[in-house]
Ligand binder design. Structure first.
Ligand code: GDP
Ligand code: ZN
Length: 459
């Protein structure tokens, strides 16, 4: 059990006008009361009440800062412990002074990164999956990713994992009864039951894993490779999307030497853009490195933006590359539509279907909305707005779900070939444990520490 009281600045450090110091632990209220001068006595304060007053230096009686203090008594607080939040208005220096006074109290210490959330987890208020969602919330780079994380923090996904676990524990209980009382001789019933229970658990796991790809996209962004021959306008497109000039744009072919990464949100869809050096054979050694990397980027990409110059006829290199990637998630961007067309569209439409072709002029900033529409169509046909934001997006969760899946498949297989029930029990138990690990049951301290160490201070 926890005996010390922790405190930290919970708002981002910087020039902001307001900062909040969060205090949590058994002495949170009494300790703060000792340095808080106000008309109300915090030690008598009801839970979830707000109090105006001053933080003072109890030795000198000097006022340190004007504050508003919120009292939340456990277990109805973020950590399930007594929590006090001190709202200070006076900028960074004043806030640090307040924190210093708070930390001088007996049994108080500065919180480690993620420690408030860790206490919420250790006190059983949230499960590990919800705690991990708190990290995602902090890090989310798009409003959509934020909503997904919030859903997870609220426990929607946890509920489904718990229900899944219930199915598995029923199966396990049934098997264990059978092992303990074999004289009942219900062997046949058992194997039918194993197939049935495992089958329904497997169905749910498959559903959850199906969301993993979209979940990954929302969380990490669509890995997008911009490819095409030199000078077609790849860097210009990247810059237009990123709306800042990070990649070097020049007229000299082959000047984009490296893969540049840029994170943008297009119509709610997060994209991780990889600009790549012109994909072509080259003897230039520096450029060769870039070209190699861009081939890797191409392999990894979820989406390929294949850029052509409207003002040039299709080059043999284009044909070769198009042939190679035409079955991938591809959008053909015909750039420089402000110039005369020298492309044979009939030939192009034989290679790429019409709805995947987008005409643009990056120079004149035209056609961006067509590109946006084409991308959302390709990835989220109608689904992104379904409102059901339950996605499995965390790699740890995905790999544990896959492990549970395998264990249940093994159990069915074993039961089909008549393997003794006490061996099948091992597989089912493994499935139960993998699902439990997702929620944080029976996970080791080192994993817990590793997960919470990813947090920033004050959370
Ligand atoms: P990259 O080699 O494919 O990355 O091509 P860049 O982005 O460096 O662009 C090459 C040249 O084409 C630059 O001079 C750009 O200003 C020019 N360019 C890019 N987009 C357009 C466009 O839509 N119309 C015209 N006319 N020029 C463009
Ligand atoms: Zn370029």
């Amino acid at each position: 059990m926890v005996h010390d009281t922790i405190a930290a600045i919970s708002t981002a450090v910087g020039e902001g006008g307001i900062a909040i110091i969060r205090v949590s632990g058994p002495d949170a209220i009494e300790g703060t009361a000792r340095i808080f001068r106000s008309r109300t006595d915090l030690t008598d304060a009801a839970t979830h009440t707000v109090h105006y007053g001053h933080i003072i230096d109890p030795k000198t009686g000097e006022q340190v800062e004007e504050v508003i203090v919120t009292v939340m008594r456990g277990p109805r607080s973020f950590t399930a412990e007594d929590v006090v939040e001190i709202n200070a208005h006076g900028g960074v220096v004043a806030v640090k002074k307040v924190l210093d006074q708070v930390l001088l109290q007996d049994g108080f210490r500065i919180a480690e990164p993620g420690e408030f959330t860790k206490r919420a987890f250790l006190n059983g208020r949230i499960d590990l999956m919800q705690a991990e969602a708190v990290i995602d919330l902090i890090r989310s780079k798009s409003d959509r990713a934020f909503s997904v994380a919030r859903k997870q923090a609220e426990g929607t996904l946890s509920k489904r994992i718990k229900a899944l676990r219930q199915t598995v524990i029923e199966l396990l209980a049934h098997i264990e009864v059978n092992i303990d009382y074999p004289e009942h001789d219900v062997e046949d019933l058992t194997s039918a039951y194993i197939r049935e229970q495992s089958g329904s658990a497997l169905e749910e796991i498959a559903k959850l894993l199906k969301t993993a790809n979209e979940g990954k996209i929302l969380r990490e962004g669509i890995m997008t490779a911009i490819v095409g021959r030199p000078n077609v306008g790849k860097s210009s497109l990247l810059n237009m999307l990123a709306q800042e000039n990070k990649a070097i744009v020049t007229d000299i072919p082959g000047t984009t030497r490296d893969v540049i990464e840029e994170y943008v949100t297009l119509n709610h869809i997060p994209l991780r853009l990889l600009d790549t050096a012109g994909i072509r054979e080259t003897s230039d050694i520096v450029e060769k490195i870039g070209v190699e990397r861009s081939h890797n980027a191409l392999e990894e990409a979820d989406l390929i933006l294949f850029v052509l110059n409207n003002n040039e006829s299709l080059h043999e290199d284009d044909r070769v590359l198009l042939e190679k990637v035409k079955d991938r998630q591809l959008i053909l961007v015909i750039n420089k539509s402000d110039l005369d067309s020298k492309l044979n569209m009939a030939e192009i439409e034989e290679l790429v279907s019409e709805e995947r072709i987008v005409r643009m002029s990056v120079l004149e900033e035209e056609g961006l909305e067509h590109l946006e529409r084409a991308i959302s169509k390709l990835f989220f046909e109608g689904q992104l707005d379904s409102g059901d934001l339950t996605y499995v997006s965390n790699v740890r969760h995905i790999s544990l779900l896959k492990r549970a899946q395998q264990s249940l498949l093994d159990a069915i297989e074993a039961s089909n070939v008549g393997i003794p029930i006490d061996l099948i029990q091992i597989d089912v138990r493994d499935a139960w444990e993998s699902l439990g690990e997702i929620l944080g049951d029976e996970v080791g301290d080192s994993l817990i520490d590793q997960i919470f160490s990813q947090f920033c201070l004050g959370k």
